[in-house]
Design a protein around this ligand. Structure first.
Ligand code: PNS
Length: 163
């Protein structure tokens, strides 16, 4: 079975991401969750915080056997370093397609040895985005249906107490 890498900003990880991890894990013998150090959007959490939050969230949800790592620079270099065969991404609605298509084709041009594999989101997570979760939490809204309790706590600490 193949090795896969699931890259993203994970700022922070949500139930939508965790659903993709759960499903991808069944198809691949090894799955890495790769947290990008410098996303194009400026992140709320540092890369160390995102690593820690992602690990804690997966543990809390009972998703075991996943290696969470961070990377800087090109994703394909990280994929090469970890001997991955596939790049996993989640697809929500139409809005994701253009971006994912562009990214997959760019990665394919740079490194044709990797196959990009897309998992369609579960219907109930199709609207879910880390940016929305941050916004709701920043105004004091309840995000417990979007993220595990450990992520909820990290968000509140960061957004509501400035920590
Ligand atoms: O969760 P995101 O922000 O949609 O994830 C985007 C990510 C991290 C997968 C993408 O920005 C990425 O791969 N960044 C690393 C730089 C890179 O390899 N760029 C070329 C591919 S477009």
């Amino acid at each position: 079975m193949a090795v896969a890498i699931y890259p993203g900003s994970f700022d922070p990880i949500t139930y939508g991401h965790i659903d993709i991890v759960r499903r991808a894990r069944k198809l691949f013998s090894k799955l890495y969750v790769a947290v990008v150090a410098n996303p194009h959007k400026s992140p709320l959490f540092t890369v160390e915080e995102r690593l820690r939050i992602t690990e804690a969230a997966l543990a809390e949800e009972g998703v075991n056997g996943i290696e969470v790592l961070s990377f800087d620079g090109l994703l394909i270099e990280c994929a090469r370093a970890h001997r991955a065969d596939a790049i996993v991404r989640g697809l929500r609605a139409n809005a994701d397609f253009e971006y994912e298509f562009q990214m997959a084709l760019t990665n394919r041009d740079l490194a044709p040895e990797f196959e990009s594999v897309f998992f369609m989101t579960e219907k109930r997570f199709s609207f879910l985005a880390s940016s929305m979760v941050k916004e709701v939490c920043s105004y004091g809204g309840d995000v417990s249906t979007f993220v595990p309790a450990s992520v909820d706590r990290a968000l509140r600490k960061k957004l509501q107490t400035g920590g």
